[in-house]
Design a protein around this ligand. Structure first.
Ligand code: DGT
Ligand code: CA
Ligand code: CA
Ligand code: ZN
Length: 579
């Protein structure tokens, strides 16, 4: 059993214990264990298999949790978890995930109303039934209706990092299959969308039947949803669906185009084909009059025969890319190899889990030329944010570590909280000693859009601010972005020479593709950063680059494609921009 599965089952157990009203300390110990497992760099199975080691070596894992984990790995299930699952209906875990309902509320809904589905709950809210109970009112009903809507929108979708890792594992398994030559991801994963509904994989080589047979032995499959001659759909244990299709090499390009989508892009493409007397489908591009195949082996060939330059998958959303391809004015999209620096990351000084030196060495190993260490500031007390005195000490430490390293610039930075009134969380004379100042909103996120706009505009007045981190505060599949007047804020950012971040952490990807595209249109520069809290997070840069590509960004639009010295210069704001 993998760490991910162990963490999920322990976390569900804790959720259900909360509904059952069990001892909060006990519940806490489950949650701490889940966190510890999430940040573990090795497989629990490996620790268990090593007689010299014990699970209790892992911080936050005590004797009783260790026993649970052993049981899970031995039996494939946990008695405690199964008892609770038998006691409460399956909807319980979903109800717990709705914003606005605590475990007590869930318990009341289950016992008093016998809620079995989200539809049940929606009806109760609409009929005003909840207000009959103490501590539940009309306001809660309205709030729940909103959360149900939000939940339905995100449910059944996965973070790109989760889908990407599972797709890679599946791909690696398939590549060992009989005769398999190539396994290519298509769909939203290939287009680099921030969340993924299901994984689409295209296979060439081998006899379809034999490949399907082999695939169905993949240990991660929990359920077969549909099976045909050349395709099969399954569910993996993590819940995500995989659609697999076997293809012939001569129509690979047409099929890849078709299954990459987006649907909107493909519809527009087919309309164009029709106007040219052609027909496009998953088997190829055909001249209708001659009943002849014109293209199909490669995508380039298909686009070319339609009079178009090759369109990168990230652009295929029917947002102007087809006209641009016809007129040969597609952007030359920024690539991962263009990125030279990473300007947002944490260390053990605050809530990071690796030291400054560890982060620096890992960054250098990844081929970066420069980084900024940007720990939190004092307003974020729960992350042990730094006050002015500690910031000054940290600057010294960063300079020292940099002097001992070769081939990596380390900028002294801070991720400074933007207070509710728009002031920054450090004195200006300390801020002015930093190389890189990243400003973030971490508190009072529910103020009105007008207030949020004013708050950001106020922050821009501080001459020391360089970059706004995760500008909308969204957490994918968990928290909606906070609202503000983006156009106005971007116009101010342009005038004041402040860059916007694409935060590459897969839960955030903030700014999103559309917002980042608006930055480009407004002439606002972008910085793509990982917001790493561990050396392993540095690899998330690729997701930020995908988002940038979906935003039509080129190398010149992204500041951290510049060499270190030029980057530093590009951050500087002139007196006119500060005023
Ligand atoms: P997802 O899975 O919701 O994140 O998004 P996609 O884009 O991966 O959608 P999916 O998996 O339903 O289908 C994969 C691709 O297959 C899609 O991008 C375009 C193509 N496709 C699927 N259904 C249709 C359809 O009814 N018409 C057309 N033209 N294309 C389709
Ligand atoms: Ca898909
Ligand atoms: Ca699909
Ligand atoms: Zn951060």
């Amino acid at each position: 059993m993998e760490n991910r599965d162990i963490a999920r089952i322990l976390s569900e157990t804790a959720d259900l214990m909360e509904v059952a009203g069990e001892d909060p300390f006990r519940i806490r110990s489950y949650r701490n264990a889940v966190q510890a497992i999430d940040s573990l760099n090795e497989n629990i199975a490996d620790i268990l298999g090593n007689p010299e080691r014990k699970l209790t070596e892992i911080p936050a894992i005590g004797k009783s949790i260790a026993a649970h984990i052993e049981e899970l790995c031995r039996e494939g299930k946990l008695k405690r978890h199964q008892e609770l699952c038998a006691k409460y209906p399956p909807i319980t875990l979903e109800l717990l995930r709705l914003q606005g309902l605590g475990p007590k509320g869930v318990e009341v809904l289950l016992t008093h109303f016998r809620v079995q589905s989200l539809d049940d709950l929606e009806r109760l809210c609409k009929e005003g039934k909840l207000r009959e109970l103490p501590r539940m009112g009309e306001k809660l009903e309205q709030k729940l209706l909103k959360s149900i809507e939000a939940y339905r929108r995100i449910t059944g979708r996965y973070l790109i990092s989760v889908a990407d890792e599972l797709a890679t594992e599946t791909q690696q398994y398939l590549l060992r299959g009989p005769g398999v030559q190539k396994v290519t991801p298509a769909g939203s994963l290939r287009r680099g969308k921030d969340t993924i509904g299901d994984i689409d994989l295209l296979v060439t080589g081998g006899e379809p039947q034999k490949v399907v047979e082999y695939f169905l032995r993949f240990p991660k499959i929990s359920e077969v949803i549909a099976k045909g001659e050349n395709k099969v759909s399954v569910k993996l244990r993590e819940g995500i669906q995989v659609d697999l299709r076997m293809l012939e090499p001569e129509n690979f390009g047409a099929a890849l185009q078709y299954f990459t989508g987006s649907k909107e892009h493909s519809v527009a493409l087919r309309t164009r084909a029709k106007r040219m007397g052609l027909q496009l489908n998953e088997y190829g591009l055909f001249r209708v009059s001659a009943n002849a195949r014109v293209a199909g082996r490669t995508e380039k060939e298909v686009y070319g025969a339609l009079g178009l330059a090759y369109i990168e998958p990230e652009l295929r959303e029917n947002c102007g890319e087809i006209d641009a391809a016809a007129e040969h004015r597609l952007p030359r999209l920024v690539r991962l190899v263009d990125i030279r620096g990473d300007l947002h990351m944490h260390s053990t000084a605050t809530d990071g889990r690796c030291s400054i030196a560890e982060m620096a060495h890992a960054a250098k190993e990844r081929g970066l030329e420069y980084i900024a260490i940007t720990d939190h500031t004092k307003a974020l007390a729960m992350a042990n944010g730094l006050n002015e005195k500690r910031v000054l000490a940290q600057i010294k430490e960063i300079r020292k570590i940099e002097s001992q390293m070769e081939g990596l610039r380390i900028f002294a930075g801070m991720e400074v909280d933007i207070h509710q009134d728009g002031t920054l969380d450090l004195d200006d004379d300390v801020l002015s000693q930093l190389d890189v100042v990243v400003g973030s909103v971490h508190s009072y996120m529910t103020i009105s859009p007008e207030e949020m706009t004013d708050r950001l505009l106020r922050a821009f007045e501080n001459p020391c601010l360089h970059i706004v981190a995760h500008p909308t505060g969204r957490l994918l599949l968990r928290r909606e972005p906070f609202g503000f007047d983006l156009e106005r804020v971007l116009e101010a950012a342009k005038r004041r020479h402040i860059a916007m971040e694409i935060n590459a952490f897969p839960d955030r990807l903030d700014l999103c593709d559309q917002h980042a595209r608006l930055c480009k249109e407004k002439g606002v520069k972008i910085v793509i950063s990982t917001d790493s809290h561990h050396t392993t997070h540095l690899q998330n840069m690729k997701y930020g680059v995908l988002t940038a590509r979906r935003a039509w960004l080129e190398k010149k639009d992204v500041l951290n494609t510049l060499p270190a010295a030029e980057f530093k210069k590009a951050l500087q704001r002139s007196p006119a921009q500060v005023r």
